[in-house]
Design a protein around this ligand. Structure first.
Ligand code: UTP
Ligand code: MN
Length: 514
């Protein structure tokens, strides 16, 4: 169990011969595991490039294992790489949702000079011709996101990258815009349907080229199908474009990006004729404390939080926690645990191996952080289902955890953030940034459930709970797993054990980007 709560993320890379071991302490990009194809590259150049990548903090494996996310080759065709992968690894190639991205060396060299994995673009991807029979075989896409592998760089970037591939990205974006619009209209069911369709597309290890390709996919409803068709045929959907350009959608999006403002409040303001942030100020819109803080820090809170900023916050919280409870640990969850390079906030779980020791810890930690000037805003909820002032703080009472938790806005200053300030070349005094942080304290026995619940993605969590209820007659939340027929709670010492209870293959965090 302790192995689940390292303070610092470490990955163990197990290289196959003849490559030397990956230095364990030096992996900066969890969720990115490279494999270099020796064919045409040659053994010595491969060894050189491997060493280079590792020096820059990349994890490089010697063979095509389950963990590999990026296969890099030089001068090979897509088919040749697929062949090579079949011969050089344990993983079956082309199983639904499980294949890595097949990339040209250009992606590698650009990433090396950027010092981090660059975004995969069409020009980096190798072409693989998909034969009719593979088309049939590939259609076994599981119905629930918790049964599928969904990597961050999804597989439509991997195959034939023509206009069609870009179009598919377009249709996924289109579906997500429709999901958002439906939420703004209060149609939760409709929103879910669009989100699910988008999530299925993200998990595909192949490119959708025509409507026929959708026929055997689960979770693509009539409306989503219509939108995908429009995008496939015309390059865009008129319906989605109308939504995107509508004053209502744009205003709602603008308002809901204010911390503490949910769909209800944004909708009310829209009804009252308010359209901009200055309108809110001019009309003295009634704002609660969270919303005032949200408005004050609007720009910072809507600029992405980086990995190093998140790490800096982990350090500060770890320091605070250690002062009051020796041996307590702080774990970074949410999107960062899934390998995202940026996020909208920092989600932290705090626990202690002796159950009960964690009681009362949060308030001490918050007081200390506040006294040190780290907090711009905080609001704590003590182990209760107590409703939040606005529906935003993003979850309804029904799904709300019962942990001690704190919604906060941290002030990252030059002191906590020196490294980046130097990199940016900006003076310490200007080096301040407001960052949203959620702190959650969990009893040790509930930690694996909390970890699974807080790692996300939201689509993954939703499907996991739906799967439990419908297929297993169980109820899963961030505290427990309960069997409704046997009327027993199933305990677990790790995420893996929870998956075992559910009869599901373990899906690693970096494959939960549904
Ligand atoms: P986030 O909203 O922080 O999303 O919730 P994220 O995946 O980390 O993405 P970004 O980068 O910040 O935008 C993280 C997970 O925590 C769960 C959500 O369901 C999600 O899976 N969560 C969030 C809760 O369980 N309870 C909450 O009150 C909030
Ligand atoms: Mn998050």
């Amino acid at each position: 169990m302790m192995s689940e709560i390292p303070v610092k993320k470490k990955r163990q890379c197990q290289p196959g011969p003849p490559l030397p071991a990956n230095p364990e302490d030096h992996v900066c990009f969890p969720g990115v595991v490279l494999c270099l194809v020796e064919k045409r590259m040659g053994a010595s150049r491969r060894a050189f490039l491997t060493a280079l990548a590792r020096r820059k903090g990349f994890c490089v494996e010697g063979a095509n294992s389950e963990r590999v996310t990026h296969v890099v080759s030089e001068g090979n065709s897509g088919e040749e790489v697929v062949e090579w992968m079949k011969r050089n690894g344990s993983r079956s190639v082309g199983a639904a949702g499980s294949g890595p991205a097949l990339l040209d060396l250009s992606w590698f060299t650009e990433s090396m000079s950027a010092g981090q994995p660059v975004e995969i673009k069409a020009r980096h991807c190798l072409t693989v011709t998909v034969h009719e029979e593979t088309l049939q075989g590939r259609c076994q896409v599981a119905a629930y996101a918790c049964q599928r592998h969904t990597p961050l760089a999804h597989k439509n970037q991997q195959l034939t990258v023509t206009r069609l591939n870009l179009i598919l990205e377009g249709s996924q974006g289109a579906l997500e815009a429709m999901a958002e619009e439906s939420l703004f209209c209060g149609s939760e069911g409709r929103s879910l349907a669009f989100s699910r369709a988008a999530s299925v597309l993200k998990s595909l290890p192949w490119t959708v080229r025509s409507l026929k390709d959708l026929s055997s996919l689960p979770g693509i409803g009539e409306h989503s199908r219509r939108i995908i068709q429009e995008v496939l045929e015309d390059g865009a959907s008129a319906e989605v474009e109308n939504v995107r350009q509508s004053e209502r959608y744009q205003t709602m999006k603008h308002f809901t990006k204010i911390f503490g403002v949910g769909v209800k409040t944004a909708g009310r303001w829209y009804q009252e004729g308010l359209r901009t942030i200055s309108d809110l100020q001019a009309h003295h819109a009634k704002l609660n404390n969270a919303q005032q803080a949200g408005l004050l820090h609007y720009r910072d809170l809507n600029s992405p939080v980086t990995c190093s900023e998140a790490e800096a916050i982990v350090q500060v919280v770890q320091k605070a926690v250690e002062q009051f409870l020796h041996g307590a640990s702080v774990m970074l969850t949410g999107g960062f645990r899934r390998g995202k390079q940026t996020g909208h906030d920092v989600d932290l779980l705090i626990t202690h191996p002796t159950e009960g020791q964690e009681v009362g810890l949060l308030s001490k930690v918050i007081s200390w952080l506040d006294s040190q000037g780290f907090l711009l805003y905080h609001s704590t909820y003590r182990n209760t289902l107590q409703a939040l002032e606005d529906e935003e703080l993003s979850v309804s009472a029904a799904t709300m955890d019962r942990f001690d938790r704190c919604f906060s806005i941290f002030r990252l200053s030059s002191m906590t953030w020196e490294h980046d300030c130097e990199l940016n070349g900006s003076g310490g005094a200007h080096c301040r940034k407001a960052v949203r942080v959620d702190l959650v304290v969990t009893p040790y026995s509930q930690f694996p459930f909390a970890l699974l619940g807080w790692t996300g993605s939201k689509n993954f969590e939703r499907d996991l709970r739906r799967f439990c209820k419908r297929e297993k007659k169980m109820v899963l939340n961030s505290h427990t797993l309960y069997h409704t027929e046997k009327k027993i709670f199933l305990s677990a010492a790790s995420e893996e054990e929870i998956f075992q209870h559910l009869g599901l293959d373990f899906i690693p965090p970096e494959q939960r980007n549904a």
